[in-house]
Design a protein around this ligand. Sequence first.
Ligand code: FES
Length: 227
Amino acid sequence: MASIAVALSKDLPNGRVMRAIVSEQDLVVWRSKSGILSAWENRCPHRGMRLSHGFVRGEALACMYHGWHYDKSATCRYIPAHPELEPPETIRAQEFSSIEKGGLIWVSVDGSLEEPLIDENLTPLRSINFQCASKTVQEVITKSTKLAGDTDPFNFTTKAAGYHHWVLFSEKKELNLHLFFHELPNNACKIHALIDKDCPAQIQKQISRMMESWRRSAETDYEVSAK
Ligand code: FES
């Protein structure tokens, strides 16, 4: 399985923690105070609390429940109830491969992290959540690009449509919009969008609003089809 984009890099500042799910694997993705990125199983080795509820303490992640600290190698280094104790090296969270490329955070849960090929002329635009399956979102995008006419400010056409990665091209504005689909459980998904670096801020805002209109349409279509 290829690596999956789980978030925009800018949405995980230094010292912050987030939860991500890739292929049903629950993950904690976090960035130390100095900016080091890690992706681990979202489960504390002590009593199983989700580590995504935890807190960054310098270069370590502290579990919310009993405060055990795990360093960047995912090894437990400090147990507050036994401050004199040096924890055994075997107390470790399960690590997964992660990388940052193109302003996105990529994770692989099967140990085969491939460096994604991202055009260097792109910049991150936004991530957007959908409470419906990615198939429905893709149908809505396909419909909206086919319907595009002179009144549409972008007139996007689909240049490429892989399983996770779509590229839309606007001939009118001469710009590319890259969409990375991130499947989530319970028929939900996310899109992480990148756009040409030289795209003016005003147009970026319009595209961001267009993505919100995709969300409204896709979620409505999904509700109707589920009835
Ligand atoms: S469950 Fe995490 S420290 Fe106890």
